[in-house]
Design a protein around this ligand. Structure first.
Ligand code: URA
Length: 216
């Protein structure tokens, strides 16, 4: 699928392998252990892709054959921020790629009185303004929570162009709404779904990601 109409969306290459992984996690008959295993594989791909956008500097090392190798090394510090609860499923994938990475958390829930998303809790690295941030949430549906979470990051001094929002599936309207608020944040995703159903679940989607990963 082309991301032509979407600026700042990096869609993973739509290979047969990736399609196969999505077919398994979207299948309602997939067991929880398999859902976790294959979702984790996609998460790993998203993290690896996100790392491609971090700045590097040239670096020369000497190999064991006493030859020079002209490579590069990463510049700048990163951290992860998961949107609780579903986003926490992506933390291990980030740790698997970036040892000892700092990971903050943001909890947003629906306010029962106003029915609007409400920020309940944030715990972020104190120096987050100096870091590149991988914002973690597997499903971008209406964009409400992601927008609120990104707002928290920006109020803490993170520059939008240093934020990479990693998700497994997003909706077109979620992307549009999110990018209307934050055009300079890069969305890294593996699938863009057509829309939302009457319960604001992604279509075709996969149901409730948090329930499938943690509960059932
Ligand atoms: N969150 C989910 O878990 N699934 C959706 O389809 C939308 C939001």
């Amino acid at each position: 699928m082309s991301t032509e109409p979407f600026k700042n969306v990096r869609l993973l290459p739509q290979t047969n392998q990736l399609l196969g992984l999505y077919t398994i996690i979207r299948d309602k008959n997939t067991t929880r252990p398999n859902f976790i295993f294959y979702a984790d594989r996609i998460i790993r791909l998203l993290v690896e892709e996100g790392l491609n956008y971090l700045p590097v500097e040239p670096c020369v090392v000497e190999t064991d054959t006493n030859e020079k190798f002209e490579g590069c090394s990463f510049l700048g510090k990163i951290c992860g921020v998961s949107i609780v609860r579903a986003g926490e499923s992506m933390e291990q994938g980030l740790r698997d790629c970036c040892r000892s990475v700092r990971i903050g958390k943001i909890l947003i829930q629906r306010d029962e009185e106003t029915a609007q998303p409400k920020l309940f809790f944030e715990k972020l690295p104190t120096d987050i303004a100096n870091r590149y941030v991988f914002l973690l949430d597997p499903m971008l549906a209406t964009g409400g929570s992601a927008i609120m979470a990104t707002d928290v990051l920006i109020k803490r001094g993170v520059k939008p162009e240093r934020i990479f929002f990693l998700n497994l599936i997003c909706s077109k309207e979620g992307v549009d709404r999110y990018h209307a608020a934050f055009p300079d944040v890069t969305i890294v995703t593996g699938a863009i779904d057509e829309g939302l159903d009457e319960n604001r679940y992604l279509k075709p989607g996969l149901g409730d990601f948090g329930d499938r990963y943690y509960c059932l």
